[in-house]
Design a protein around this ligand. Structure first.
Ligand code: F6R
Length: 618
């Protein structure tokens, strides 16, 4: 959801900023732009509607933008449609009112309308439809070096007036050797190099340059020169950031032999889940080792209720978690869209534990709901992928997914990581409540085999593509399952719609009869997750209901189940596992179907229409 890169140092900024934008393009790709300060201290801005490649082409046509400091942006539109004018950077008035300030922004300025009116009354002229332009004008209005209000102080003062979310990077012609950044609600990280700093929305744009970095906290401002940095609050009180060592490898964020990040990440799942499990399974003692939860064991064991919050794919993982926690740990559990939880006056009782599920750890709705839960006294846990992200810092404790950076906009390996972590949490609590060591050991032995079993499912990728090709021109699909396979069906439908733009609905198989069955017409694909489990026979009955109305059945079934071929037109097989663990396998064929469908329809899988990774606005 918008990517920011900024640089100050001794190297030419333009190629470095472009490289950073390419790494961050998954965060938004409707327009791109950059501002570089030249040797004379003047700002040179190039920006355009379209992908980073369009910007690159435009920059290549002239002499480029020489200079050793600058800011850059790749946009996912919120206020104002994608256009050259609405692209970032934005600068203050070109007239003599202007102070030569340019800014890039990720987030939303909620009170932009009233600020804009105030600024217009003071003679500022706006050229774009964005909320961001209001912020740069406000900084410009407050900038008053003659009275000691330099760029840093002007930024602090402007942000004290703003409500909403922001990560910003700002440069100014009057202070050509200074770069100012700030954040509230949207992530921003500052990489520390030798005589240089590189600022970015996430570490992937930093690690090629340095492994040392710090994350700005909410309401913090950083002033960077080539040799030093200073971090402060909006009230100009100095704060010391915690310096981190980024542990990413460059290869983790490169495509390698794969045509798309999504396919790479689907195929990475055996390796990423081995990482999720590493050091956490004690099969001999029948224990799950989750160091991150150790201080909260009494709270978890005595929990009266667990509430899980997330959005999109993370919510589907939470829905599977609900089955698991109730089944294995026997604690009443609810799942709720974070966006709804926050606004409905939720009841948090004494022993309520809230778990936030998130790949990025930066989803605005999930953060806001978590804050609400904290304010009402809940113990909060995170199941998060990005280390050091906002949710990981806000929660009392948590378990990292450890699946590595997820760059494909459609979440795949993070989903299985979330399901795996929730399985571990369920067993962790369950063992301390009712589950015997022997029972937990058995589950753990099964979990150990999951990465290898996924490899077997991945071998069917070509067959899944061939089958998908037969249905890919159909515009409406159903995804159906029962028990833990119901959220898998929801996830299968979400994957298909977000990258292939096919309308798909996922639901409990039984629910179909209560209305959606009216949709079924001749040849409509219905994907059934129909593994051998306690509800198998019921799922087969639901297949008959679809078939009787002309629907075509694609089944995900258990290896060795020959009976299913009598009921399904096409079948993909997954190895057998206990019912509670089946989603770790049944999800994979649906991910591959969605991927192949999108490619067959000619879509850009990693940059789906209207979407961007990490939704940092509510
Ligand atoms: C779908 C997808 C989204 C995210 C959702 C939450 O493929 O990626 O639905 O799951 O935006 O994001 P996180 O997990 O980062 O909180």
């Amino acid at each position: 959801m918008c990517g920011i890169v900024a640089y100050i140092g001794s190297q030419q900024a333009m190629p470095l900023l472009l490289e950073g934008l390419k790494r961050l393009e998954y965060r938004g790709y409707d327009s791109a732009g950059m501002a570089v300060t030249n040797e004379q201290g003047q700002l040179q801005i190039t920006k355009c509607q379209g992908r980073v490649s369009v910007l690159e082409e435009r920059l290549g046509q002239g002499a480029g933008l020489p200079g050793t400091s600058g800011i850059a942006h790749t946009r996912w539109a919120t206020h104002g449609r994608p256009s050259d004018t609405n692209a970032h950077p934005h600068r203050d008035d070109e007239s003599e009112r202007g102070s030569g300030i340019a800014l890039v922004h990720n987030g939303i300025i909620e009170n932009y309308a009233s600020l804009r009116t105030w600024l217009e009354e003071r003679g500022h002229t706006f050229t774009s439809e964005t909320d961001t332009e209001v912020l740069v004008m406000l900084i410009s209005e407050l900038f008053d070096p003659a009275n000691g209000i330099d760029l840093e102080k002007a930024v602090q003062a402007a942000l004290r007036e703003v409500t909403g979310a922001y990560a910003i990077a700002v440069v100014c012609e009057h202070e050509p050797d200074v770069l100012v950044c700030a954040r509230k609600g949207s992530p921003l990280m500052i990489g520390i190099g030798q005589g240089e700093y590189i600022v970015a929305s996430d570490p992937s744009a930093i690690i090629a340059h340095t492994g040392q970095a710090f994350a700005l906290e909410d309401y913090q401002v950083a002033r960077l020169t080539r040799t030093a940095f200073r971090t402060s609050t909006l009230d100009n009180v100095c704060v010391s950031p915690k310096i981190l060592n980024l542990e990413l490898e460059l290869q983790e964020i490169e495509l390698g032999e794969y045509p798309h990040y999504m396919l790479k990440e689907i195929f990475e799942q055996p390796r990423s889940l081995r990482n999720t499990l590493r050091g956490r399974l004690d099969t001999i003692e029948g224990r799950v080792v989750l160091g991150g939860l150790s201080d909260f064991i009494p709270n978890l064991v005595r929990a009266g209720r667990i509430i899980m919050l997330g959005q999109g794919t993370a919510l589907h993982a939470a829905m599977i978690g609900e089955y698991l926690i109730e089944d294995l740990a026997k604690i009443p559990t609810e799942v709720e869209y974070a966006s709804e939880f926050r606004y409905r006056n939720p009841i948090i009782e004494d022993r309520t534990v809230v778990i936030a599920i998130s790949q990025s750890g930066e989803t605005a709705d999930t953060i806001a709901a978590l804050q609400e839960a904290k304010d009402r006294g809940a113990i909060t846990l995170g199941a998060v992928n990005v280390v050091g992200s906002s949710i990981s810092r806000m929660t009392d404790a948590g378990v990292y997914l450890r699946v590595g950076p997820e760059i494909g906009v459609a979440s795949t390996k993070a989903f299985l990581g979330q399901v795996m972590v929730l399985t571990l949490i369920s067993l962790f609590i369950g063992r301390r409540r009712f589950l015997s060591a022997e029972t937990v050991s058995q589950y753990l032995r099964h979990l150990e085999t999951v990465p290898d079993l996924i490899e077997r499912v991945l071998e069917q990728s070509d067959a899944i593509r061939e089958t998908t090709a037969r249905y890919v021109d159909r515009e409406n699909w159903l995804f159906l399952g029962r028990g833990t396979n119901y959220p898998v069906a929801m996830e299968g439908a979400l994957k298909l719609k977000e990258i292939s733009y096919i309308h798909a609905e996922g639901m409990p198989a039984a629910e179909m009869k209560h209305g959606p069955i009216a949709l079924i017409n001749d040849g409509m694909p219905a994907v059934f997750v129909a593994t051998r489990n306690s509800q198998y026979d019921k799922v087969i009955s639901n297949m008959h209901e679809v078939r009787a109305r002309g629907g075509r059945i694609i089944a995900v079934a258990t290896e060795g189940d020959q009976d299913i071929t009598a009921h399904a037109d096409d079948t993909f097989y997954v190895p057998d596992l206990p019912e509670a663990l089946q989603p770790l396998l049944t999800t994979v064929p649906l991910q591959l179907m969605a991927y192949h469908a999108a490619v067959l329809r000619g879509h850009d899988v990693d940059k789906p229409r209207n979407l961007a990774k990490s939704v940092t606005v509510e």
